[in-house]
Design a protein around this ligand. Structure first.
Ligand SMILES: [Fe+2]
Length: 427
């Protein structure tokens, strides 16, 4: 079992990775000054800003960047049409719109603002400007140097601000996939202030995405003792907030069901989410998640969750959560003692503040459902038999994710992970 003092600090994990491994500038202090300097170094004439439809405008991040560019007499083209789970066609739509409206072949700098969707989509847009046409083909590589890519994450969970990954959706097959091409950002800027108004449900879901990255990376075939320690340092950053997030979710649920008589009663729970140090810690935990999945990848919950997102509309974090405790139980059954110890360390760090002092149980993976994951599932989500077949077949066809688990995975194992917790129910 780990000793807390042996864990590396989360910020050290991020800095070591960014400076020693990927040459990424990760800025979380004096952010504005650094950003202006970095933009100045590129001396762009035209910047492409990639965002989702609303949040970058609502949280002030777009306005801030726009002001910096305007003051420095730099033109920009805003593409604000990135949808949740962006499709391949959105990537090419952006390139087409940019070229048509600016009469330029490509921008000098791409700046993505938002959650995982805009950040991932902008990476693929960079490749598309540089000649890539098929995002599933490893041999289709850019024919010219990539455009510098800066980003501001405005959700905490995806880790895209650090990873080289980009996840797109094929609208024809309704499948999500990681692009064959990889691009680590040139610079990432961390502004917790842009997250303070993020709604509770999105906060909770994205935090679970970070948790799933941190945990899955520690359980793949590529996991090393170093990756596990790094992952635990990220989980430790999040653990003090788990009881608060659960309490806020349950207060909102009571209010929505008429069991709480006024909005005033739930405000104290929600006001905690506006705390900037809470937001900064979630951003750092997300980035540590990015570090560990860059080293060891994700595993079965991500492979299973993609279908739940495209077919049932579950957000990415909630889709991962639906299968998570049964995945951990499966790891305990099929992997070695190091993986088992890691699972129990994870459960202890995540859940120790959820129970009253003196009553700490010997954790079981299913306790995650009881103390945390139930916040998303008031009732089981109905799944048809046809959908069940699609989910199971997609999981079995995803050889890359199956290979990430260090033991054979059968159809029955997949079904147990999908339906064993009872959050999804076949009708
Ligand atoms: Fe994820």
């Amino acid at each position: 079992m780990f000793k807390d003092r042996s864990l590396p600090g989360a910020k050290k994990v991020i800095r070591d990775y960014c400076t020693k491994v990927v040459d990424l500038k990760y800025i979380d202090r004096d952010v504005l000054v650094s950003m202006e300097t970095d933009i100045d170094e590129i001396s762009p004439r035209m910047v492409l800003i990639v965002t989702g439809k609303k949040s970058a405008k609502e949280n002030g991040s777009y306005k801030m960047l726009e002001s910096i560019l305007t003051v420095n007499s730099i033109s920009h083209f805003l593409f604000d049409e990135v949808e949740q789970n962006p499709s391949i066609s959105t990537v090419f739509k952006c390139v087409e719109q940019f070229q048509k409206e600016t009469s330029l072949e490509k921008p000098d700098l791409i700046f993505a603002i938002g959650g995982g969707s805009p950040l991932d989509c902008a990476k693929a847009i960079d490749f598309a400007f540089c000649g890539v046409r098929d995002f599933t083909d490893k041999d289709d590589q850019p024919s010219q140097p990539l455009i510098p890519y800066f980003c501001i994450p405005t959700t905490a969970g995806t880790g895209s601000e650090i990873t080289p990954y980009s996840i797109l959706t094929n609208p024809r097959t309704k499948t999500k996939f990681g692009t064959a091409q990889r691009l680590t950002p040139t610079c990432s800027y961390i502004f917790p202030s842009f997250l303070v108004e993020t709604p509770l449900q999105i906060t909770a879901s994205t935090v679970f995405d970070a948790i799933s990255h941190l945990v899955e990376a520690g359980l793949t075939v590529k996991a090393t003792p170093e990756v596990r320690l790094e992952a635990l340092s990220g989980i430790r950053l999040l653990s003090p907030y788990i009881p608060q997030i659960c309490a806020a979710c349950s207060a909102v649920k009571s209010y929505n069901e008429g069991r709480c008589d006024g909005l005033e009663r739930i405000k104290p729970f929600l006001s905690k989410l506006k705390n900037e140090s809470f937001r900064l810690n979630t951003l750092h935990a997300s980035s540590v998640g990015g570090v560990v999945i860059s080293k060891a990848g994700t595993s079965l919950p991500h492979g299973l969750g993609y279908s739940l997102t495209t077919h049932l509309g579950l957000s990415h974090g909630v889709a991962n959560a639906a299968t998570f405790s049964k995945y951990l139980a499966f790891c305990c059954r099929t992997l070695g003692p190091q993986a088992r110890d890691f699972v129990f360390d994870v459960l202890d760090i995540l859940l120790r503040d959820c129970v009253k002092a003196g009553s700490v149980p010997k954790w079981k993976p299913e306790d995650l459902d009881k103390y945390l994951i139930n916040i998303w599932f008031d009732h089981p989500i109905a799944v048809t038999r046809a959908q069940k077949e699609i989910f199971v077949s997609a999981a079995l066809a995803n050889k890359g994710k199956l290979a990430q688990h260090g033991a054979p995975v059968t159809k029955a194992d997949i079904e147990e992970m999908l339906f064993g917790s009872g959050f999804l129910k076949v009708e």
